[in-house]
Design a protein around this ligand. Sequence first.
Ligand SMILES: NC(=O)c1ccc[n+]([C@@H]2O[C@H](COP(=O)([O-])OP(=O)(O)OC[C@H]3O[C@@H](n4cnc5c(N)ncnc54)[C@H](O)[C@@H]3O)[C@@H](O)[C@H]2O)c1
Ligand SMILES: N[C@H](CO)Cc1c[nH]c[nH+]1
Ligand SMILES: [Zn+2]
Length: 425
Amino acid sequence: MLERIKQSETKKLEAYLRSRSDDLSYEVLSKVQLILSDVRQHGDEAIIRYTKAFDGIELTSLRVSDEALNEWAAAADEAFKEAMTKAKDNIIAFHEAQKQNNYLQQQSLGICLGQRVLPLERVGVYVPGGRAQYPSSVLMNVLPAKIAGVKRIVMITPPSKSGQLDPKIAYAAQLAGVDEVYLAGGAQGIAALAYGSETIPRVDKIVGPGNIYVAAAKKLVYGTVDIDMIAGPSEILVIADEGARADYTAADLLSQAEHDPMASAILVTTSSKLADQVCEELKRQSEQLPKQAIIAESLKAYGKLILCETLADCVEVANVIAPEHLELMVADPWALLGLVRNAGSVFLGYYTCESVGDYWGGTNHVLPTNGTARFASALSVDSFVKRSSFLYYSKEAIEAYGSKIVTLAESENLQAHANAVKVRM
Ligand SMILES: NC(=O)c1ccc[n+]([C@@H]2O[C@H](COP(=O)([O-])OP(=O)(O)OC[C@H]3O[C@@H](n4cnc5c(N)ncnc54)[C@H](O)[C@@H]3O)[C@@H](O)[C@H]2O)c1
Ligand SMILES: N[C@H](CO)Cc1c[nH]c[nH+]1
Ligand SMILES: [Zn+2]
């Protein structure tokens, strides 16, 4: 069920990495570029047209009114509401610790300098909604923005199959404190947030995960607006030792394969016995899952099984792949953690399945994909702030240090810079 690769078969590993990076191909990017340009030119009309084409829904209004939001949120199930409220507490507790402080350094002669941490004004949050509804992603995106102090949080999501907002998404938006909600998904939604339309406001930064079209659109609008990262189709890489249970391992691989035909699930292990058992389990468990068609496509295209000599080798393979999620299903996960350099988020031990982090634990589930964990980080409070520095020099300070500044300015032949100091001395 999974393509088998030995650690020594580096060509096969490289081929996998190449195929993954080809996902954001010229073909996808050029298709998405056309959508972006169309929405930039034609605004709401183009968004409504693409929603009809891709989501099969004829929208009459993009904005979800406060009354509709209240009505739909009230329809959400009580057990769901209770679990979401506790998950919210866990997410807040983890992210509160990420808050950065302003700082001030004082020196002699009255000199002082420092840094202020300022929230972004307007942020657009993308909540995916094509193949599944993601109320958990509402909390993961919005709560760190709230903690950072973002003034206006605009949420967009594709309409549900009935053409409305799913009650669970409506409830999550209220629980998290979203300011405005619009029904717009895919590249057309990202374009609206980047350029603005008659109805949807332009924002300063777009955050949130999505499929390949959303990821491509975010990549293309970067520069017009800021983005958090490329958070595309989900990925899991499980490192398992001979003590890992095959049924747990297979269940975890399937948990991400069910997201998207382009999701990736990889097992890296030192045990060929476990590898065989996991393949059996994958077959057995996937036959019972409602999303088996998506899973089959995902495993066929991106499912891999890599056999290594040692656990340290397994971690090296993971460092090369740089997965979004890395599970260490080994007896002593803490001993391996220090060797991990490239992973969006790490899950330790036999009992911490990725679902704990997707919904509950408190760490963020919006994470870099497609190898970008080599340089990108999880969504955090930091994603919603900018830093602005300041400097104060007194009359005495400029007189004391002015000649040094003049020397440096003249060394660059910038006489006007030097003069600005000289006139004060
Ligand atoms: N990396 C992360 O942090 C993270 C977190 C949660 C979910 N995810 C991923 O988010 C994705 C959710 O995907 P989804 O599809 O369910 O929802 P989505 O909202 O991301 O995408 C749906 C939209 O895609 C557009 N679309 C669909 N087919 C298209 C086509 N042929 N051409 C142009 N546009 C098209 C449509 O506009 C549709 O509204 C999954 O890949 C999942 O793995 C990632
Ligand atoms: N695994 C996803 C991130 O790749 C997050 C998620 C939300 N709901 C379920 N899973
Ligand atoms: Zn998931």
